[in-house]
Design a protein around this ligand. Structure first.
Ligand SMILES: [Mg+2]
Length: 229
């Protein structure tokens, strides 16, 4: 039934949002005199405003933290504090890759009968090194690192590889990025929620389609693929 099974990477195959949350906590502490909620809200709106300039990923996040610290201190943030923010970013980029439960077995099993793809958004170098460090790179016949995941992105990739949408299934944790655009172009999609998902990714239209399923964890995926096939 499927020519390709495609996976999102961050928070689908390995932990990612937890690293952002940890950094946000440190950033809130650094600016604690401004109140945690104000820091969080200012950072969040700065990030969303900056997406169209910097894209998704750690580098854009670092710039948004710097911009937030300038705004909240009315320009009085010190060089040492900016250094601290840069160090937060370096720690994020060097954080070890922690695979989610069942990921290795499932990817290994499905790779025996299917072409597996990885489709992820974020910074090019960061995503490339994460894929290499994950130990999973060899299971994927195609890796796409894209600036955003929209109907246009997916249509372009599928057309390039001459894959019919109905024979394509995408697995991911974000309704907005991994599910909604796929179902809208006639492909299949499986939502596997992560324990915490950035609110920006939760802003999506309602999905009602027999091309859409939700699983509690990725360990249940091989059975679902078998049933659909
Ligand atoms: Mg994700």
């Amino acid at each position: 039934m499927f020519d390709v099974i495609a996976f999102d990477a961050d928070d689908t195959l390995w932990h990612n949002e937890s690293i952002f949350t940890m950094t946000q906590n440190k950033f809130r502490e650094m600016l604690s005199s401004h109140g945690p909620e104000v820091v969080e809200q200012t950072l969040s709106s700065t990030q969303i405003k900056n997406l169209k300039h910097f894209g998704y990923g750690v580098k854009g996040f670092i710039l948004s933290m710097i911009e937030t610290s300038i705004e909240l201190t009315n320009g009085d943030v010190s060089g040492n504090e900016i250094q601290q923010i840069l160090d937060f970013g370096r720690e994020m980029l060097a954080a070890p890759i922690e695979l989610l439960p069942h990921v290795r077995e499932v990817v290994e099993e499905l790779s025996q009968n299917y072409h597996l793809w990885l489709i992820t958004k974020g910074d090019l170098i960061d995503q490339e090194t994460k894929i290499a460090r994950s130990g999973l790179a060899d299971y994927f016949s195609n890796v796409e690192i894209v600036s955003d995941k929209t109907i246009v992105t997916y249509t372009k990739i599928l057309t390039q590889h001459r894959i019919e949408p109905v024979r394509f299934i995408m697995i991911g944790n974000s309704m907005r990025s991994d599910i909604v655009p796929l179902v809208q172009i006639g492909a299949h999609a499986v939502h596997i929620p992560y324990s915490s998902t950035w609110e920006h990714e939760q802003d999506h239209p309602h999905v009602d389609s027999d091309h859409y399923s939700e699983l509690q964890h990725i360990g249940l995926l091989p059975n679902l693929i078998l049933e659909k096939g």
